[in-house]
Design a protein around this ligand. Structure first.
Ligand SMILES: NC(=O)c1ccc[n+]([C@@H]2O[C@H](COP(=O)([O-])OP(=O)(O)OC[C@H]3O[C@@H](n4cnc5c(N)ncnc54)[C@H](OP(=O)(O)O)[C@@H]3O)[C@@H](O)[C@H]2O)c1
Length: 326
């Protein structure tokens, strides 16, 4: 991999969707570097996943200050790959980072104050080894800090040239309305919202996705495979030695039973279950991009093939809905 040369045909198989009313386009599938990208993971695997993603037309890499074990190591790993394998390709790549969750000790190491966000942005730029990120998100709504303070800081980052665009993540509908109005007044429109969304988690259908569409704000969703639940991994049963830990993230036998039924539909569609999970999120064009995590290169290769079949018949959608309601 030391002489990595990106695939010349990398833009041919990917679909690029406009983000809301902005000038920016995102690949329909983006790479999330939360899990499996830390100091405790094998560097060569992380590097290969990033390079293979780029070869497949994935131009967008999603990070946050706290990603990786220890927190921050995901940004360091991505920065190293950028400096080595991807040197010279910065202008073909979108780098996203965020701040909001616990990052360092004390009262200034999490949430949405200007003090925390400014320090976090500077740390992220250093770890990544870049002068600016393409998108910066407030990672979660802070009920104690005035929204004006958090949004003014996002606006400041754009004015300072430290971020090209800004977004919010995990904000509910009411706080999304407030935050996006403030950003609009400041002259830095909210580019994008990053909520969770999957067949098992449909909260955004309750108003948020319509509001974003009306306002011309893009949407990139995370956890389409529900942390591995909607993949082939557990179809033959949950390993007893991991059952307690997996239950904590919602991977339980009753839900796996539903995944088995969903898999029957996926097989008829000629897709793996993971592919159908991703296609389902992208099915109606309301989501600009779907973030997928990967533990190995074959996950990315499997997931990207979802783009070959994004259409669902009414019958398939009804069948999926009735399985999920069971
Ligand atoms: N904004 C936020 O608050 C927030 C929160 C969470 C995530 N995110 C973003 O979303 C990204 C994705 O999240 P995620 O990793 O939790 O969710 P995910 O994409 O639903 O699940 C990814 C996991 O599923 C398994 N997997 C992926 N492809 C597979 C395949 N083809 N076959 C079998 N298993 C497969 C892998 O885990 P195993 O091999 O371990 O099963 C992988 O780590 C993150 O990296 C991050 O960028 C954002």
């Amino acid at each position: 991999m030391s002489n990595y040369v990106p695939n010349k045909n990398r833009y041919q198989g990917m679909k690029y969707n406009r983000v809301g009313n902005s000038g920016l386009k995102l690949p329909a599938i983006s790479a999330g570097l939360w899990q499996h990208f830390g100091e405790t993971d094998v560097y060569a695997t992380c590097r290969d996943i990033i390079c293979r993603s780029f070869d497949l037309g994935i131009t967008h890499f999603d990070l946050a200050n706290n990603y990786g074990n220890p927190p921050g190591s995901s940004e360091e790993i991505f920065g190293k790959v950028l400096r080595t394998q991807l040197q010279g390709y910065r202008d073909e790549i979108l780098i996203t980072t965020k701040a909001g969750y616990d990052m360092w000790e004390g009262p200034y190491g999490e949430w949405g104050s200007k003090k925390y966000l400014i320090a976090s942005m500077d740390q992220s730029l250093k770890r990544l080894g870049v002068d600016y990120v393409d998108m910066f998100y407030s990672h979660r709504y802070d009920p104690e800090t005035p929204l004006e303070e958090t949004m003014r800081t996002l606006d400041l980052f754009v004015r300072q040239g430290k971020a090209l665009y800004v977004g919010i993540s995990n904000y509910d509908l009411e706080n999304t309305r407030k935050a996006t109005r403030i950003l609009k007044e400041l002259g830095t429109p909210c580019l994008i919202h990053q909520p969770s969304y999957s067949m098992f988690n449909r909260w955004i259908e309750d108003g948020l996705q319509d509001y974003l569409a009306e306002e011309g704000i893009g949407m990139i969703t995370f956890q389409p495979m529900q942390r591995g639940l909607i993949t082939n991994t557990y179809l033959n049963g949950i390993p007893a030695d991991r059952a307690a830990r997996l239950a904590e993230i919602g991977i339980t036998e009753p839900r796996v039973a539903k995944a088995r039924k969903l898999n029957e539909i996926a097989i008829k569609r000629g897709q793996s279950l993971a592919q159908m999970a991703i296609s389902w999120v992208l099915r109606n064009g309301k989501v600009s991009s779907v973030l997928v995590g990967a533990e190995k290169v074959s996950h990315i290769e499997d997931n990207i093939a979802a783009l070959k079949n994004l259409d669902f018949s009414i019958e398939e959608l009804n069948q999926i809905d009735s399985i999920l309601k069971m």
